[in-house]
Design a protein around this ligand. Structure first.
Ligand code: G6P
Length: 609
């Protein structure tokens, strides 16, 4: 896996492909490559490392490729180390087929053995190379029937772009369980793994569904189902503009996205709060259904899971219903207990995370009603869930999520309030306080973003520490999980979140003068408990930074430093503390010279299990 772009038009394909791959860099990758068809021959250029290295190879050619049809790929290694030879495109033995592939071919070993018996020699360690050779082996003079037989042969997940040297005016694409879209231009068309790769050229897209084939020429596209029947498919429009996927003067996408949070939160909340009431017109959750609910399961991966934990705390408190929050990768193999009396909330920024998508399918198959909290419109999870609550965060490019996470938390608050109102588990007064609290979040974030010097100073002071603990209680503990993940992801410092009360049961043995503890203290009711926990850390000589609400600012007396967040309702403070912790991670990573937007080994959207 990682990113795919394909072009057919009247301009030289190579610069368009390289530019498209640059737009896909944010997904994380370790190598890249392009294949261009020119004068009946496929010319393939690949490079390990950054796209810049690929670009140098392309530009360094005495005669750069001039063909107007080609495919490109960024690779994030799954089978075989990052290397020139393992990167895509892969070419069939006879040189007539070039393919790029996202996903995993699960019957790769079988296919490889049978291909080897037929004399095919594998150059790479990848599963994807088998697809190129299979095309050659299956080719019967009719490419469409060959693709149908290929689909029937492959087991696993795939989005595949294909160039065939005998078809100089056509590009082909097939997919199963991995996103692939066709971009419609004027005299030119595209394939891509996500819209950002083609937004410079078009806003009209068609989503390829499982087992479908696209036959793409310069002037049109034909779609076929698995039996070769032609399909009518309607395009959809994406209103994100290409500039939204640019840095716009910020040194990193992550910083730009941190600063985009007031708008993202406003866009997510405002349209759904009308005259002081949360109105979620997009959901079918009526009183009869909500009253019959026995529990709610929240499922996600990474930061989406952490947003779920914040949501669990909020929903349990205000809706008086049992909520579990599970990692999607555990949920899918845990034989989950779920049925029509369970509401499943599936959280995913990209809407394509394989584990999360599988969890959604399992919950649905067992009768649960599913609500997806998703950012990317028309993504697989958005399309498959019964209901969707979109977060209007806009495109998120940095691998480490920021506005994706805080808008997920905001959406969970909306959902919690919606359910609490239906169930009558929150008083009118408290409901109004919370709604007003939500409406004040964007201003709170803006005021924090106006002066970040204290966070920067703190980051500078502790940037070389090897261990950082994040502690808190209740919703602060939930928020600290995301703080620790942010720091780990982008600065490579070991960080752990701990429920403050649990420190004494083991972890406190790790506290020394060189560990740093960041204590979240936003809960008035838990002030004294946090005070004791901080004192326990201090008495082991560990420096402590407290991140507190104004009401709890007196905690400064027992901490080494204090950062106060703006005034906000205790129950929704995680949106504000998240911003402090994002900035802390960002400045530490920056001071350490890390590759902030594309941290090592990480991918933005993990479409394999
Ligand atoms: C990857 C990203 C994380 C993200 C997780 C879930 O691991 O690196 O930042 O939280 O996937 O992504 P999703 O798109 O499902 O929210």
């Amino acid at each position: 896996m990682c990113g795919i772009i394909g072009y057919i038009g009247n301009k030289p394909a190579a610069p368009i492909l390289v530019n498209g791959l640059k737009k896909l860099e944010y997904r994380g990758y370790d190598s890249s490559g392009i294949a261009v068809l020119e004068n009946g021959k496929i010319d393939c250029i690949k490079s390990v490392g950054k796209i810049e290295q690929l670009k140098k190879k392309v530009d360094g050619r005495k005669k750069p490729p001039a063909g107007t049809l080609g495919i490109g790929h960024t690779r994030w290694a799954t089978h075989g180390v990052p290397s020139d030879v393992n990167s895509h495109p892969h070419i069939s033995r006879d040189g007539r087929f070039a393919i790029v592939h996202n996903g995993i071919i699960e019957n790769f070993a079988e296919l490889k053995t049978s291909l080897q018996k037929d004399g095919f020699v594998f150059k790479s360690e990848t599963d994807s190379e088998a697809v190129a050779h299979m095309l050659q082996k299956l080719y019967d003079g009719d490419i469409l029937s060959t693709l149908r037989r290929l689909i029937k042969t492959l087991v696993g997940s795939y989005a595949i772009g294909i160039v065939f040297s005998d078809a100089p005016d056509t590009m082909y694409a097939i997919r199963k369980d991995n996103p692939l879209i066709v971009g419609l231009g004027d005299g030119e068309n595209f394939i891509a793994s996500d819209v950002t790769a083609a937004l410079d050229h078009t806003h009209e897209f068609v989503l390829l569904e499982n087992y479908e084939t696209a036959e793409i020429t310069r002037d049109g596209v034909n779609y076929y189902d698995i039996d070769g029947n032609p399909l009518e498919k309607l395009p959809y429009r994406v209103n994100w503009d290409a500039a939204q996927a640019e840095k716009e003067g910020y040194p990193h996408f992550m910083l730009k996205e941190i600063y985009a949070q007031p708008k993202a939160i406003t866009d997510t909340l405002r349209p759904r709060i009308k005259s002081g009431e949360v109105v979620l017109g997009e959901l079918i959750l009526d009183k009869k259904y909500v009253d019959g609910l026995e529990k709610i399961d929240i499922v996600g991966c990474g930061s989406a899971y952490h947003a779920g934990i914040v949501g669990k705390t909020f929903i349990e408190k205000h809706c008086r219903i049992r909520v579990t929050c599970e990692l999607a990768s555990e949920y899918i193999y845990g034989d989950p207990i779920t049925d029509e009396k369970t509401l499943t909330i599936i959280i995913s920024q990209s809407g394509e995370t394989a584990d999360t998508l599988n969890a959604l399918r399992i919950a649905k198959a067992r009768g649960s009603h599913t609500v997806a909290i998703v950012n990317v419109v028309e993504s697989s999870i958005a399309r498959e869930a019964h209901d969707v609550l979109y977060t209007y965060a806009g495109p998120e490019i940095a691998v480490a999520t920021t506005k994706g996470y805080t808008t997920q938390v905001a959406a969970l608050y909306l959902l919690g309030l919606h359910i609490a109102k239906i169930k009558g588990t929150v008083t009118d007064g408290r409901y109004t306080e919370l709604v007003n609290g939500l409406l004040g979040l964007a201003d709170g974030i803006s005021s924090m973003l106006r002066n970040t010097d204290a966070i920067k100073d703190f980051a500078e002071r502790y940037k070389n520490r090897r261990n950082v603990f994040f502690i808190g209680r209740g919703t602060d503990y939930a928020a600290s999980l995301e703080g620790a993940l942010k720091l780990k992801e982008i600065s490579y410092i070991h960080a752990e979140a701990y429920a403050s009360g649990e420190l004494k049961h083991g972890t406190i043995s790790l506290i020394t003068k060189s560990t740093v503890t960041i204590a979240l203290v936003t809960q008035r009711a838990l002030y004294h408990k946090m005070e004791s926990n901080i004192k326990a850390v201090k008495s082991r000589k560990g420096p402590v930074l407290a991140v507190a609400s104004p009401a709890n600012a007196a905690i400064a007396d027992c901490a080494d430093s204090l950062l106060t967040i703006p005034e906000c309702d205790d129950d929704i403070s995680p949106v504000l503390t998240a911003v402090v912790l994002q900035l802390f991670a960002y400045y530490v990573a920056d001071a350490r010279g890390c590759d902030i937007d594309k941290p090592r080994h990480l991918a933005k959207s993990v479409t394999v299990e």
